[in-house]
Design a protein around this ligand. Structure first.
Ligand code: FES
Length: 153
């Protein structure tokens, strides 16, 4: 059913487990088979994926696709990672059985979700920083208007 490359990677998958300090996490599942894939990304402030790992509760094809996908996106920008197609994973593996193609799609979806999570977190961070800046300006303005009032009095 699986070719020797798939079996080899299944026996020695890379990047397995939770990634400490991950700032983008994506969880996806396949309703039909019940498999779940969780992908962790550590993205630097230039948008480059410094590290990636996964936890997959699923079939051999899902585990192998996760391993290959995490290897393929390390060192890439988030824009490049979003362009990764499941066909590239399949080609790298030298093919997957037809009924296992959806397992490689799960890896692509997990990457998309993890990057979405990262972007949401960055947007929240930026909003918080903006609010803090507005508060600082409001405090500064209040202080200077009090000084002006005191001078007039
Ligand atoms: S059979 Fe469900 S992900 Fe492979």
């Amino acid at each position: 059913m699986y070719n020797s490359k798939v079996i080899e990677i299944f026996n020695n998958p890379k990047n397995v487990g939770e990634l400490k300090g991950a700032n983008g996490i994506g969880t996806v599942g396949n309703e039909a088979c019940g498999d779940i894939m969780k992908l962790y990304l550590k993205i630097d402030d230039k948008g480059i994926i410094q590290d990636a790992s996964f936890k997959t509760f699923g079939c051999a094809a899902a585990i192998v696709s996760s391993s290959v996908a995490t290897e393929m996106i390390k060192g890439k920008s988030i824009e490049e990672a979003l362009k990764l197609e499941n066909q590239q994973i399949i080609d790298y593996l030298g093919g997957l059985p037809d009924n296992k193609i959806h397992c490689s799609i799960l890896a692509k979806e997990a990457i998309t979700e993890a990057i979405k999570d990262y972007k949401n977190k960055m947007a929240k961070k930026a909003k918080k920083a903006l609010n803090e800046l507005k508060n600082l300006k409001a405090i500064k303005n209040a202080k200077s208007s009090k000084i002006n009032k005191d001078k007039k009095a």
